[in-house]
Write a protein that binds this ligand. Sequence first.
Ligand SMILES: Cc1cc2nc3c(=O)[nH]c(=O)nc-3n(C[C@H](O)[C@H](O)[C@H](O)COP(=O)(O)OP(=O)(O)OC[C@H]3O[C@@H](n4cnc5c(N)ncnc54)[C@H](O)[C@@H]3O)c2cc1C
Length: 379
Amino acid sequence: MKVIVVGGGIIGCLTACMLKQRGVDCVVLERNTPGHEASWAGAGILCPIHPWLYPDDFSRFVDDSLMLFPQLREQMEQATGVDIQYIESGLMIPEFESDLVSHRDAALAWSRKFNWEVEALSVEETMLMEPSLNGAQLKSSLRWPKVSQLRNPRLLRAVQAWMRQLLIPCVENCHVDCLLESSCGVTGVQDSKGQKYEGDAVLLACGSWSGELAEKWGCSLPVKPVKGQIVLLHGPVGTLHHIVKHDDAYFVPRSDGRVLVGASMEYVGFKKGNTPEVVQALLHAMLRIAPGLKDAEIEHQWMGFRPGSPDGMPYIGPVESRKGLWVASGHYRNGVCLAPATAVMVSRWMTGEAVPEYMHSFLPGRISTASETLGYPEF
Ligand SMILES: Cc1cc2nc3c(=O)[nH]c(=O)nc-3n(C[C@H](O)[C@H](O)[C@H](O)COP(=O)(O)OP(=O)(O)OC[C@H]3O[C@@H](n4cnc5c(N)ncnc54)[C@H](O)[C@@H]3O)c2cc1C
């Protein structure tokens, strides 16, 4: 069997590795260079923003994915020598007097249901752990000690090194354009230079660009870009210990003193670049929530396009009525967190093995109910 994987982000590359490990021949076709879009730009938080807002099948998928990370990290590190800086830094959600929404009850109920270790902390306990937070406004906090993070550029480097070891070819500067089909089904793709790539199946894994490509191929896949800007601060090591999330912003402390401040949610199509208004809003939120970071140096800023879906959930599985066409896309805010389970499930499914029942909630042909809190609001 040969699979043509279209898109060299974390989803396409990791799925190619899992397919190859199952003895499937594959090639990854990438428009530019692999791993330079959303998968590079993300914050590397290994936990959805507000998992309690999603259907239970989503949480089941998250749990399966997170379980795969420690082994995957070890396997990749052994094979490639790249340390992805997978760290169990924990996650804290502080509650302030001025908050418009309280996640407390729903978050605690969800944590009990899915067996996630969680602690409810007083102001004093919170400030002892995170003295950079705004203690004057703080009411309480929730802390999940087992939540982890990783560094995206390192993850991408590791996955690409792993692909080379597994002898998976990656064709760069290959802008896939057309789907090739015969009366028996999909037979491959053709790029914008007219080069054909033939195989038994095609996996569409183009992140934010999957929606427009699918439309060109006559399929409906409502994936659209949601721009996210991030500001990188550099302060002394230990200014912040946990990933801190709030409705207005999140902060992700790296082990070298860097702190990511993210991320905007912008529905502006594929308009690139960082903008003063958004960067300023992120920094304002940071000063309000964690004033202890005020002396950190602004080191860098960047942005990326999340592959948004109407209900915030990915599209994974075979496309009905297009034999041989598969999709793994629309992972929105959770593509890094969900990459291991996506890759494993797709590789099993494509090779005829059973997948858990919950995977049917992510089928590309499903009717997605738009949710303004979770998904892309304009569908
Ligand atoms: C600011 C920001 C913060 C985020 N934070 C987190 C987080 O903390 N945790 C988390 O889990 N997720 C996070 N995400 C989401 C996560 O990054 C994405 O869901 C994930 O990277 C999607 O991976 P992908 O491989 O589907 O897409 P991408 O990484 O975008 O890869 C798609 C690839 O397809 C290629 N392509 C497109 N069109 C074509 C074509 N026609 N032919 C060939 N190749 C093509 C592109 O060039 C690209 O390389 C964040 C995203 C952003 C932007």
